[in-house]
Design a binder for this molecule. Sequence first.
Ligand code: SAH
Length: 227
Amino acid sequence: MRIDILTLLPELIESPLNHSIIKRAKEKGIVEIHLHNIRDYSTNKQKQVDDYAFGGGAGMVMCIEPIDLLIAKLKSERHYDEIIYTSPDGEIFNQHKANFLATKENLILLCGHYKGVDQRVRDHLITREISIGDYVLSGGELAAAVITDCLVRLLPGSISDETSALTDSFQDNLLAPPVYTRPADYKGWKVPDILLSGHQQQIDDWRHQQSEERTMRLRPDLLEGDE
Ligand code: SAH
């Protein structure tokens, strides 16, 4: 998979993409992540990338031209399955959408800033709009980092134990069961006996029951299976 991230602030997103699972996935050639500074595509002498909103009002708006030039350049080099604008009014990101996007080969993530991008970018240049939740961030970089992290850990080979990502919360509409590690007894707080029993089938059944119980208690909406 290849992910191209278009931003005015590449520094904001570098660190989360250079550690742990994402770093290893890049090293193994499972994912390529390219950061592009939209400012490099400004044709203006001052390298301006934003301007006042037509009609007035507070806040700057990101201009269409540098974004168009950058997207056109990338599209001339390869086909993109989706060109995604991170936006608080987009479709809400969740595990189902992550599973779907993780099957794609080439993605563009466009990060907004200030008041967002000129509406014509949204009308003509992108294919999808994604929000990471009902709150407003100051820029799309953290949203792009969240989406990228979530997709990369789903790619085969990213996580050493391949079944691990599939047993995480939200797969099969269930929350993950509780997990424990050594010591088996800490200050009298004990690990459930079943996990120490060595009976794999019973352990699996227990974990499944715990998942169902937890989901029923904490997120009954997931069991309605509306997706
Ligand atoms: N004026 C806009 C908010 C702009 S916030 C509005 O009221 O809808 C600046 C940028 O941050 C946005 O362009 C978007 O790229 C990003 N952003 C903010 N909140 C986000 C969220 N919940 N999910 C994804 N991106 C978000």
